[in-house]
Design a binder for this molecule. Structure first.
Ligand SMILES: *Cc1c(COP(=O)(O)O)cnc(C)c1O
Length: 391
């Protein structure tokens, strides 16, 4: 483990979000990092260059983004990828056949698909658990267990798992801990400071923040992991394009501002839903009655912009009726953009999870997931109120 670059540590999040990793362009003074749309770099002599040889491996726009994201997670290193799943793919390929991974059982559907359908046939082993139960995690540890895979808040049930407690448990057995921090963003939660070894993001979501770019990142203080991930990028080429790095870097400049509004709007909406007679259960860690409230208060700065809820009448048709009746909330997969989205995990984001597994994980038929945007919250409340009146 290495201590992160200390100089940037002296600045606070909002300053780092805007400045970290970037300097005015040395040739023109441009304040924004240029989109270095180039595949190769002229060398002064064989092997004598300014740090870049070929853009599959490194590109200056990407280097700026990596410096920025590392600072936001308080990490020594950030390795960016063409998508969030490409980042998870590279982590898995850094393991060996026979290695065992314990993963949270309520997780991004695409991660589950990648683990089960791509890497299990190649000899990685996976156990999926409700990681709120530390004893169950301890009992699942085997000699070949190499990694704990956490998501918190989980997707779509927004359960909170204890990063510090799981990191202590894992490290006592020589196991590394990776956290998919996409739902929280680095503004709300910094897993490395809580003991995790690796933090992964789909930068497509809150970090990019405008639903206009796909990307992923892994942040870590561990030199060996960084080397393995850079080797994967070099060998398999899941590198993000310069334009995409530029868009993501523009997104991070307002991350702290957007997150504050996402949280404020979600808090109001969760209270509204919690009191609504047509609503069954509300999953939101910011409700004091939520089972994750105490841990979330400890490990997060605020509770985030994601809410899930069921209908009192738990039927897919009723959920469809609500989702097709909203006018401000758009019916779409994904999350974390400025605009509010509504979706149905059972038939959309989590359709790749078999129904029995879904029910077992507590994911009911009428469960609706909201990505609460940064619009005027009264319009969002009225929109849902009108849609709920139709069922
Ligand atoms: C979207 C998402 C991913 C996958 O990222 P892509 O950028 O879509 O490849 C992984 N984990 C979580 C929690 C996500 O929401």
């Amino acid at each position: 483990m290495q201590v992160p670059a200390t100089e940037e540590r002296t600045y606070r999040f909002g300053t780092l979000a805007i400045h970290a990793g970037q300097e005015p362009d040395p040739t023109t003074g441009a304040i924004m990092t240029p989109i270095y749309q180039t595949s190769t770099y002229v060398q002064e002599g064989p092997g004598i260059h300014k740090g870049h040889e070929y853009s599959r491996v490194t590109n200056p726009t990407r280097t700026a983004l990596e410096g920025n994201l590392a600072a936001l997670e308080g990490a020594a290193h950030a390795v960016t990828f063409a998508s969030g799943v490409a980042a998870i793919d590279a982590l898995c390929k850094s393991l060996r056949p026979g290695d065992h991974v314990i993963a949270v059982n309520d997780l991004y559907g695409g991660t589950f698909r990648l683990f089960k359908q791509v890497f299990e046939p190649f000899g990685l082993q996976f156990t999926f658990l409700d990681m709120r139960q530390l004893d169950d995690v301890a009992a699942a540890i085997r000699p070949e267990t190499k990694l704990l895979w956490l998501e918190t808040p989980t997707n779509p049930l927004l359960r909170i798992v204890d990063i510090a407690a799981l990191s202590d448990l894992a490290h006592a057995h020589g196991i590394d801990v990776a956290v998919d921090n996409t739902f929280a963003s680095p503004y709300l939660q910094q897993p490395l400071a809580l003991g995790a070894d690796l933090v992964m993001h789909s930068t497509t979501k809150y970090i990019g923040g405008h639903s206009d770019v796909i990307g992923g990142v892994v942040c870590t203080n561990d030199d060996a992991w960084t080397e393995k991930l850079r080797f994967q990028i070099k060998c398999t080429g899941a590198s993000p394009a310069p334009m995409d790095c530029f868009l993501t870097l523009r997104g991070t400049k307002t991350l702290h501002l957007r997150m504050e509004r996402h949280c404020e709007n979600a808090r109001r909406l969760a209270a509204f839903l919690d009191a609504h007679p047509k609503v069954g259960r509300v999953c939101y860690p910011g409700l004091p009655s939520d089972p994750g409230y105490a841990i979330a208060q400890r490990q997060m700065r605020d509770f985030g912009g994601m809410i899930s809820f069921t209908l009192a009448d738990d039927r897919i048709e009723k959920a469809n009726q609500v989702m097709t009746s909203t006018k401000v909330f758009a019916l779409a997969e994904s999350l974390g953009g400025v605009e509010s989205l509504i979706e149905h995990p059972a038939t959309m984001t989590h359709a790749s999870i078999p129904a029995e597994k879904r029910y077992k994980a507590g994911l009911e038929d009428s469960l609706i997931r909201l990505s609460v945007g940064v619009e005027d919250v009264d319009d969002l409340i009225e929109d849902l109120d009108r849609a709920l009146a139709t069922v």
